[in-house]
Design a protein around this ligand. Structure first.
Ligand code: 13P
Length: 287
C-alpha cells in the first residue's frame, strides 16, 4: 500500500534516523528500490522529478506502475510516491494522478508568492490525505536544467513556510545536487541548527545526498534531518554496471543484447547502493 510520507518522517525524526528518498527513472530502478526496502524492512520514498515523469510518459503511468509493482511484489513496508521539485502545475498533475506526496518548490519565487502557492497546495494536498514538502533557499547544482547556487536558507523564511502547515521542509544549507566540487565548503550546521530552532518539530529534508561525507550525514540527522534525497549516486552505479556488462562482451551471441540481462547489473548495483544508504541513514527495521 502506498502511504503519504508524513507519518514515516515524524517517526524518523523522533527516532533520530532518516528515510531515504530515492529518485526513480524507470522500471528497473523502481523494482530495485522497492525490493531493497522490503528486504531491509525499511520505509522508503520514491521521488519522481518532472523530467523523469515526462520520460516515463506521464505521472499517471508512474502511479499505475508503482501501485501495480508494490502489489505484485508483495511489498508491505510503507512506500510514499513523491513528486520531487514540483512546479505549481506539476503538483496539480501529481495530485490528479494519485501520488501520495508532493514537493512544491517555490524557492525561486519571491517569498510572498512562495507562501501564497504553498498555502493553497497544503490545503488541497491535505484534503486528499497527501503529504507536502516545501523548499526555502535554492539547492545548488542542476535540477531538470535549472541551476541553483546552493544558498543557505533564511531561518525566518523557513519559519514562515513551516507555519503554513506543510509536513516537511527542504531548506538550503549549502547542499548541492550532483557531485560536489572540490572547493565545496560542506554543510552549514550553523544554519541547520538555527532553522531547527525556529521550526520546532518539523522534519527537515536534505537534498543533494550524493557525495556528502558520512559524518556530515550523521550530524545532519542528529540535528533534525529526517529525509535524505539521493539520485546521482544511483545514476553513477547504474551506468558503471551497465557499461561493465557491455565492455565484458557478454550475451552477444550474434543476436545482440537481451535488455533484461543488459540492465540486470545496473539493477543489482542500485540495490546495493540503496542498502548502503539505508544502513547509513539508520532506517533498517524501522518499517
Ligand atoms: P543528488 O543528485 O545529490 O543525489 O540529489 C538528489 C536530490 O536531491 C533530488 O531531489
Amino acid at each position: 500500500m502506498l502511504v503519504n510520507a508524513a507519518e514515516m518522517l515524524k517517526k524518523a525524526m523522533e527516532g533520530k534516523y532518516a528515510v531515504g528518498h530515492f529518485n526513480i527513472n524507470n522500471l528497473e530502478w523502481t523494482k530495485a528500490i522497492l525490493l531493497t526496502a522490503q528486504e531491509l524492512n525499511s520505509p522508503v520514498i520514491l521521488g519522481v522529478s518532472e523530467g523523469a515523469g515526462k520520460y516515463m510518459t506521464g505521472f499517471e503511468t508512474v502511479t499505475q506502475m508503482v501501485k501495480a509493482m508494490d502489489k505484485s511484489l508483495g511489498i508491505t513496508v510503507p512506500v510514499a510516491l513523491h513528486l520531487d521539485h514540483g512546479t505549481y502545475d506539476g503538483c496539480y498533475k501529481c495530485i490528479k494522478a494519485g501520488f501520495t506526496s508532493i514537493m512544491f518548490d517555490g524557492s525561486s519565487l519571491p517569498i510572498e508568492e512562495n507562501i501564497a502557492k504553498t498555502t493553497e497546495l497544503v490545503h488541497v494536498a491535505h484534503q486528499l490525505g497527501m503529504s507536502i514538502e516545501a523548499e526555502v533557499g535554492a539547492i545548488g547544482g542542476e535540477e531538470d536544467g535549472v541551476i541553483g547556487k546552493g544558498e543557505c536558507a533564511d531561518p525566518a523564511e523557513c519559519k514562515a513556510i513551516a507555519d503554513l502547515g506543510i509536513d516537511f521542509l527542504a531548506a538550503g544549507i549549502g547542499n548541492i545536487h550532483g557531485v560536489y566540487p572540490d572547493n565545496w565548503e560542506g554543510l552549514s550546521f550553523e544554519t541547520l541548527d538555527a532553522i531547527k530552532k525556529t521550526v520546532g518539530d518539523m522534519p527537515l529534508v536534505l537534498h543533494g545526498g550524493t557525495g556528502i561525507p558520512d559524518d556530515m550525514i550523521s550530524k545532519a540527522i542528529s540535528l533534525g534531518v529526517a529525509k535524505i534525497n539521493v539520485n546521482t549516486e544511483c545514476q553513477l552505479v547504474f551506468a558503471e554496471a551497465t557499461r561493465g556488462y557491455i565492455e565484458a562482451g557478454k550475451d552477444q551471441q550474434g543476436k545482440g543484447f537481451d535488455p533484461r540481462k543488459l540492465l540486470n547489473p545496473g539493477f543489482e548495483a542500485i540495490k546495493a547502493k540503496v542498502k548502503e544508504k539505508m544502513e547509513l541513514f539508520g532506517s533498517i527495521n524501522k518499517a
